[in-house]
Design a protein around this ligand. Structure first.
Ligand code: ATP
Length: 672
């Protein structure tokens, strides 16, 4: 087959483009296409060959019954080491869906059938076997570009590499992506402006290519970039293909490549409404369109031409048209049908079958990251720095807590030890705890969700484990939690004249600390199910409201209706232990002046605890505190278990979904 390249896309090495003779001869325009399919005869594939990924009869659908909608239809293709596969098509055609399916990251609302094989085997990708630069650049907004990449290097690169080597790798990668001038610029977020969207995009790419992954997916790596920057970014990505003598497999979706960028692609997958319009060597696409009656006008960017022909969201202007008779719909049908019967289409199927049938033992291995302890330490440092710089999290909360503490301290100023002070002390303590827990939710949930987005991205790309994240998050938060408990606690304690003594003050601080920490831990559990701001707030807010109600102050324990509210919910509420611990801390050891039949007499704090507040006196206040701390531990353990279970269940569910589609099975039966 002759190579009919448009002059504007003819690569410098176009003379190397030879005729396509066998199923193995998919020639690429770049020197990077060092891999020869003939090297890969059946069963001889070695680990060093890199990662071959094939997909066959791939369908992705959403909905069910009458509302079932196909997003990808009967796709077949492959990506090979040493090659860059570009996925192109109009907006909404299914590029991200295809990347997600290949990377094993389809959402739970989508059903997938067909066969996706890694080196000829079914294998769950994710968590370090591949890297994926997604469209959303979730990063910690307070870090600078340099810090984000240095921390990422320390997390992802093995301990055997020295710090100098890691820094060198980070600096050179930043330079490659043209970010050397932005090294000290903060990433920025919704509160502060920082890197531009194009710079964020490039930083995301840096973070994923820093480990030189063998399989790299990129979803629109050039969005937000000007044409020159797009070219440089794509050429650096393409150059990864065979850097350091290792062949890498790169799959990228891209919207509008310039002619220069287009030349970098070895293979092209052109989609329209989830169907393959063309899959094959990028250099042959022009000929395919021309053969079917859609030649690219001279001096026209071929990728623009392809997209214009297959975009059916906007009807063609009649006078522009294709110069012929077809509507866009008809044009797509012609191309889709022609592709299936075209020689390239058949050869792709053959090629895929050959790769799939190889009985290789080479699985895509997880890369070696930094050791667990290093990861924990790096995450603690990174998270502490982020919390220190993020005004909207602990500092804003501290300011609000102080304002509330001053209000409470002045309203309950010097409560004294009369009979009235019994109610006043109870109200003061329970209100203080309740309001702190609610502000922790309102102030802490949005920053927590931002951190979860970063965690999710980094976790899926295998930067570190869930346990390391949990340890990093917990230990870095403790000093801030202590601070926001100590200062407001001190203000209330001094102004209101609560039970005197260092032990009593410290106990108040510990309980405040344990309560806000419990709320944060509860947020983690709920956030792992509902990573959505509104839903998470409503659910955690609702749970807290019920817990406060069951705490034993607004309704005394003996008055709680049996059995549901009293057992088990009363014992599940962490406010119960906070209220009871604080009451014991406050009333035990004090006595209050009460009047009885005109006589002045005193009532001991212990009597008040038993008779007025119905506190369980069988154990000390330290047990209440220990139960609160245990609850924090339990919630965090629950977060760990949920996240790990979800991670382990996903490949199993995907594996069930990935059963050969009916179409495949029918075809196989026919062949048999
Ligand atoms: N959960 C869903 N329910 C229904 N339709 C969906 C769902 N998710 C995606 N889609 C549809 O699937 C199609 C493919 O979406 P996808 O994000 O893969 O497109 P894309 O080619 O990457 O688009 P873009 O270039 O604009 O990013 C779109 O038409 C989209 O509306």
């Amino acid at each position: 087959m002759a190579s009919l390249l448009h002059p504007s896309v003819a690569p410098d090495n176009s003379s190397k483009v030879v005729e396509l003779q066998t199923s193995h001869d998919f020639i690429t325009p770049s020197e990077n296409s060092a891999i020869k399919p003939t090297d890969r005869s059946k069963g001889t594939q070695k680990e060093d060959d890199g990662v071959f990924i094939t997909w066959e009869d791939l369908w992705v659908t959403v909905g069910s019954g009458k509302n079932k909608k196909p997003l990808l239809q009967n796709l077949t293709g492959y990506a090979k080491p040493g090659q860059l596969l570009a996925i192109m098509g109009p907006s909404g055609c299914g590029k991200t869906t295809l990347l997600d399916a290949l990377a094993g990251r389809l959402g739970s609302s989508m059903q997938q059938t067909g066969k996706i094989l890694i080196n000829g085997r079914r294998q769950a990708l994710a968590y370090g076997t591949s890297a994926y630069v997604t469209q959303d650049d979730a990063m910690l907004s307070t870090l600078t570009a340099g810090e984000a990449l240095y921390y990422s290097c320390q997390l992802q690169l093995p301990d055997s590499m020295s710090m100098e080597e890691k820094k060198e790798r980070a600096d050179s990668t930043l330079k490659e992506m043209g970010l050397q001038d932005a090294i000290n610029t903060r990433i920025g977020g919704w509160t502060t402006k920082g890197l531009s969207s194009g710079q964020k995009r490039r930083l995301s790419i840096c973070i994923e290519i820093i480990t030189r992954p063998k399989l790299l997916f990129l979803d629109e790596p050039t969005s937000g970039l000007d044409s020159a920057a797009s070219y440089y970014v794509m050429s650096r990505i393409a150059s990864l293909n065979i850097r350091d003598g290792i062949q890498r497999t790169i799959v990228a979706s891209i919207h509008q490549p310039s002619s220069e960028v287009f030349q970098l692609f070895h293979n092209l997958c052109l989609l329209s409404s989830g169907e393959t319009v063309y899959f094959g060597p990028a250099s042959e696409a022009n000929e395919f369109f021309a053969t079917n009656g859609f030649p690219c006008p001279s001096l026209y960017n071929p990728s623009d031409h392809f997209l214009k022909i297959i975009n059916k969201d906007f009807e063609q202007d009649p006078e522009e048209g294709f110069g012929t008779r077809e509507t866009t719909e008809e044009a797509i049908n012609i191309l889709v049908e022609s592709y299936k019967s075209f020689e390239i289409g058949k050869q792709i199927v053959k090629e895929v079958e050959e790769i799939s049938e190889s009985d290789s033992d080479a699985i895509a291995k997880k890369r070696i990251n930094a050791a667990f302890l290093t990861q924990c330490l790096v995450l603690i440092r990174r998270s502490s720095l982020h919390m220190y710089r993020d005004m909207s999290n602990y500092w804003l909360r501290l300011a609000v807590y102080v304002a509330i503490a001053i209000s409470l301290g002045t309203i309950f100023y010097n409560v004294g030890s009369t009979i009235e002070s019994i109610q006043a002390r109870g109200s003061l303590l329970t209100f203080f705890v309740s309001v702190l827990t609610f502000i922790t939710l309102i102030g802490g949930f949005p920053p927590f969700l931002d951190e979860m987005k970063v965690f999710k991205r980094e976790r899926l790309n295998g930067h570190y484990g869930v346990t390391a994240f949990l340890i990093g998050n917990t230990l870095s938060a403790i000093p801030y939690m202590l601070l926001i408990s100590l200062i407001p606690g001190g203000i209330v304690y001094c102004l209101s004249g609560l039970h005197k003594g260092l032990e009593h003050f410290m106990y108040l601080t510990y309980v405040l600390f344990a309560t806000v920490m419990s709320v944060e831990s509860l947020m983690m559990v709920v956030g792992s199910f509902f990573p959505n701001f509104i839903m998470g707030m409503i659910i955690v807010g609702g749970i807290q409201g019920v817990m406060i109600l069951l705490g034993g102050f607004y309704r005394l324990p003996d008055d709680l209706p049996m059995p549901f509210w009293r057992y088990p919910l009363y014992y599940v509420s962490f406010h119960k232990y906070a209220f009871q611990g604080l009451f014991k801390n406050e009333f035990e050891g004090l006595s209050f002046a009460t009047a009885h039949d005109g006589d002045r007499k005193t009532t001991s704090g212990r009597e008040i605890l038993t008779n007025t507040w119905q506190v369980e006196m069988g154990y000390s206040k330290w047990v209440d505190l220990a139960i609160l701390l245990g609850m924090i531990f339990l919630y965090r353990l629950l977060f760990l278990a949920i996240t790990k279970t979800k991670e382990n269940a996903k490949p199993i569910v995907a594996g069930i979904g990935c059963a050969p589609s009916k179409i495949t099975m029918t075809r196989r039966n026919e062949q048999n």
